[in-house]
Design a protein around this ligand. Structure first.
Ligand code: ZN
Length: 549
């Protein structure tokens, strides 16, 4: 494991819809460092420097111990020297440099420098230079962390501190025996009379940490995983949404795409969904709305390809009475209906240029005017847009505004076509089969292996929607208990891919066929047998590769 693996976004989990942030199973708050500094000042003034120092040591020890138990579970044992400094950095206390480590496993001897310590900085800022080291929270954290990590009584001591005028803080960590006469005083700082007290504290904290981990893992119905809490939470949400939406996904890449959608749902930024027709854009848009903070507000959809320019304009922006022939009363547009909800602009690539300019203004200023009115109405929907067109190409062709494109594409989700996620075809076919047979009250239990082979190889230009229609067609036509090849729509069963794609040929196909023909002296029957394909397929392939005499 290296430093990059410990990226902050993997460890910190933001859940704004619950008003919570988690860090290694523990809830976190973002407080300014000056709040931290002022608490310390107040504490020091109230109880004196000695007691304030102890309070910080103990708080740090608690936290460090917990973080160590969690990190151990996540990163494996003895990742400590790499993980602990990174955690201190992630939490923003200081930049840690481990200077030396004793190799003897029965001892603990670590020297480390802390640069840019927030405790030192705040002390100097609020109370000026100090005569003694002040970074007590970090000493406590290091002591607790190392003790849990090594299962050994360990204490850190600051020997040089930036609050005393040094450039940085220097610390030494030692096992109990190494501290000699100082040990009793160190234990006292943490409220320990003897090693028995230390052990009792450890046992209690380990139980507590284990319970927390268990509780969190149960929440995400996942266990023993090395994945981060954030990943687990998002994946759990994605799975639930897929289940509820009866969406079928078998490919990890597709799951990742849906995870992205769940992540971006919580932001307020526009999302552009790209994908061929029938790839599930509507499902994705619903998913984003349902996972967003606006889920209780309206999700308003409009298909930009389905209306003329003037109708689309009045649909989007509304109109006043008498604005045009047929406008018999004032009517609010979809922008107003979506007000604090989500506005989904389907087939955005088909929107006329004139309307694109108005849409851009509405998005940028959050203001619209109804057709026939000068009154400005404030609106703030979240924008989701979808298209099966190549918007870049439309921009080049002068049919789509680049500035609108930049507004909409702050986050783009590309849905793959069904032919790129064929693993989902069998479960999808089975799901549709169940849906259709129960609707038609017809008993067709399965798809025959040969028919399934056809479904697996057909290129599916209409994607999931086309597959659903194909199953519907087959159920209507089927006379037996299962769907056979002859029950499938003509374009699917007659698709040349169906036969050809099952062959162990593809790369260098032409060469293989030519060689086999040569080996068999041009005997096509023998060649077809050798290649394990039918005569008609061989003939078609020969024709396609220009191998016909
Ligand atoms: Zn310091």
């Amino acid at each position: 494991m290296n430093k990059e693996d410990l990226h902050v976004f993997g460890l910190v989990e933001f859940r704004p819809d619950e008003g919570a942030i988690f860090f290694q199973n523990r809830r976190l708050v973002l407080l300014s460092t000056s709040t931290f500094g002022r608490w310390n000042r107040y504490l020091t003034q109230k109880v004196g420097e000695e007691e304030a120092r102890r309070a910080l040591l103990r708080a740090g020890y608690h936290e460090g111990f917990h973080q160590s138990v969690c990190a151990n579970r996540r990163f494996g044992q003895h990742a400590g020297y790499i993980v602990a400094p990174r955690l201190a950095e992630l939490l923003g206390f200081s930049l840690v440099e481990v200077r030396s480590v004793c190799e003897d496993p029965s001892r603990f001897k670590v020297d480390a420098n802390f640069y840019n310590s927030i405790e030192a900085e705040q002390h100097v800022f609020l109370a000026g230079l100090s005569t003694t080291p002040v970074c007590s929270y970090q000493m406590g954290f290091s002591s607790g962390y190392s003790s849990a990590e090594r299962g050994m009584e360990i204490y850190f001591k600051e020997v040089r501190c930036a609050a005393c005028g040094d450039n940085y803080c220097s610390t030494i960590g030692r096992d109990a025996a190494s501290w000699g006469e100082e040990l009793a005083r160190m234990r006292q700082d943490y409220g320990f009379e003897s090693f028995a007290d230390v052990e009792a504290f450890w046992a209690e904290r380990r139980d507590r940490a284990a319970a927390l981990i268990k509780q969190r893992e149960k929440m995400f119905s996942h266990s023993g995983s090395q994945e981060t809490g954030a990943d687990l939470a998002i994946r759990a949400r994605t799975k639930k949404a897929i289940e509820e939406g009866h969406f079928v996904v078998r490919e990890p890449a597709m799951m990742d795409i849906l995870d992205q959608a769940v992540c971006v749902a919580r932001l307020n930024s526009p999302v552009l969904v790209q994908g061929e027709t029938g790839t599930g854009k509507e499902f994705l848009v619903n998913l984003i709305h349902q996972q967003s903070a606006r889920r209780d507000q309206e999700l308003v959809s409009v298909n930009c390809a389905a209306l003329t320019e003037s109708l689309l304009e009045s649909e989007l922006f509304g109109h006043t009475k008498g604005a045009f022939t047929g406008a018999v009363s004032d009517k609010p547009g979809l922008f107003e209906l979506a007000a604090d909800g989500t506005l989904f602009l389907d087939e955005i690539g088909e929107m006329p240029m004139g309307l694109q300019a108005k849409l851009l203004r509405a998005i940028e200023n959050g203001e619209i005017r109804r057709v026939g009115s000068n009154k400005i109405i404030k609106v703030s929907p979240r924008f989701l847009a979808a298209t099966n067109r190549d918007l870049q190409a439309l921009i080049t062709a002068g049919k789509f505004r680049q500035d609108l494109y930049f507004r909409l594409n702050s986050f783009v989700i590309q849905l793959p076509p069904l032919r790129e996620r064929r693993d989902s075809i069998p479960p999808l076919a089975q799901q549709f089969l169940q849906e259709v047979t129960s609707a038609f009250e017809k008993k067709v239990a399965s798809v025959s292996p040969k028919a399934m082979a056809c479904l697996m190889t057909y290129p599916w230009p209409g994607n999931v929607r086309e597959l659903k229609h194909a199953i519907e067609h087959a159920v209507v036509v089927a006379s037996g208990n299962s769907i056979e090849v002859c029950d499938l729509p003509l374009q699917i069963r007659s698709c040349s891919h169906c036969e050809e794609e099952q062959l162990p040929l593809k790369h260098g196909e032409r060469q293989v066929i030519a060689q086999m023909l040569a080996v068999h002296g041009g005997d096509r029957t023998a060649t077809a047998q050798a290649l394990n394909i039918s005569m008609s397929t061989l003939w078609r392939k020969m024709k396609r590769h220009g191998l016909m005499p």
